[in-house]
Design a protein around this ligand. Structure first.
Ligand code: NAP
Length: 319
């Protein structure tokens, strides 16, 4: 009988994690998800083969304990903005990666999948986010005795993403004109299903050891095009007005003062570099990446009243 292996996922309760954990159980892994607050993630708690554990992942002793009996570690922890103190990129990206590597060594775990980001670069990263992600990615790959694969996606989209859904919500509450920072920044959005499939396919593929994979979708769009697409799909008429550099920076200065930090000066710096790949989707994963147009209309339509009406009717028929 083949022994069922346990994968431990850090950051497994987030957007990427929720999709990945489900897929890992489908291919036969036990999944241990470490979370700061498991009670918030009921949808994962009910999945067979998944245990969600309350953990302080920054406490090395605790992390060691939770990695006992694990064969594979996947690190998805990442923050887009610093909260509380000015050192949180270092703590969440760099120091956590160091602690994960130490805990893997202590528990004799030889496989680590690490989530980085497109344009992450320890030296040339355009923002603190991208620099700290770059340092963490290098640390993971430099770890002796651990087979590491890292992924560097552009913005990831899907039904419950934080990109299209956030713009959809903002567009709805904005009167006729929508002021958009960095309208010309380019993205090649990649579908969550394609990202998750790469993680799952990489786990046991020795050819992926030591590799860093950039992941992009098939089309490149400007940020303005993506926001206009969102508005058209949710059925709101807004004039999207692109802001120049000065006003984009000013918008970042103001919005980073809000408790939720919807946009910050560091985000603004990240947007100065196009989030697009130099090469096609990595052939090793044998995947034809899906486009935004093939996936998002169905989900975004649910955000307009007509779409919701059809959704209610469909649900009513099911009950
Ligand atoms: N989404 C994208 O478009 C995109 C694009 C490129 C790269 N990435 C990278 O992909 C990874 C996953 O992204 P995501 O969109 O799934 O993020 P997410 O939805 O924000 O989820 C991240 C998870 O990490 C945990 N977490 C958050 N802040 C933490 C902190 N300070 N300390 C410890 N744990 C923390 C949270 O779990 P608990 O609250 O349960 O502890 C959260 O569920 C990140 O590393 C991100 O940088 C994402």
């Amino acid at each position: 009988m083949i022994e069922k292996r346990t994968v431990c996922v850090l950051g497994g309760t987030g957007f990427v994690g929720r999709h990945l954990v489900g897929e890992l159980t489908k291919v036969g892994y036990f999944v241990r998800v470490l979370s700061r607050k498991r009670e918030r993630h009921r949808e994962l708690l009910v999945l067979p083969g998944v245990s969600v554990i309350n953990a302080n992942v920054y406490n090395s002793k605790e992390l060691n304990r939770h990695l006992a009996g694990v064969s594979i570690v996947i690190n998805l922890v990442g923050i887009l903005n610093q909260r509380g103190h000015n050192n949180s990129f270092n703590v969440s990206h760099i120091e956590l990666t160091e602690k994960i590597i130490a805990a893997c060594k202590k528990n004799n775990i030889r496989r680590l999948l690490h989530m980085s980001a497109l344009n992450a670069d320890a030296e040339k990263g355009a923002s603190k986010y991208l620099k700290s992600k770059g340092v963490a990615e290098n640390l993971a790959h430099d770890a002796q005795g651990i087979n590491v694969t890292s992924f560097r996606p552009s913005v990831i989209f899907g039904p419950d993403d934080d990109f299209f859904n956030r713009f959809a919500s903002l567009l709805k509450i904005t009167p006729s004109i929508f002021p958009l920072a960095c309208p010309k920044s380019k993205f090649a959005p990649v579908y969550i299903g394609d990202v998750v499939s790469c993680f799952v396919k990489a786990i046991n593929n020795q050819n992926t050891y030591g590799q860093r994979y950039e992941l992009c979708g098939p089309e490149v769009y400007s940020l303005k095009q993506l926001v206009e697409f969102t508005a058209s799909q949710i059925g709101v008429k807004r004039r999207v007005v692109g802001l120049g550099h000065g006003l984009s920076n000013l918008q970042a200065c103001v919005l980073e003062l809000l408790p939720t930090k919807p946009f910050s000066r560091d985000n603004y710096k990240s947007l100065q570099v196009d989030s697009i790949c130099d090469e096609a989707f990595p052939a090793i994963f044998n995947t034809i990446p899906k486009s935004v147009e093939a996936v998002m209309p169905k989900y975004l339509a649910l955000k307009n009243s007509r779409g919701r009406y059809y959704d209610y009717r469909a649900n009513a028929r099911r009950n």
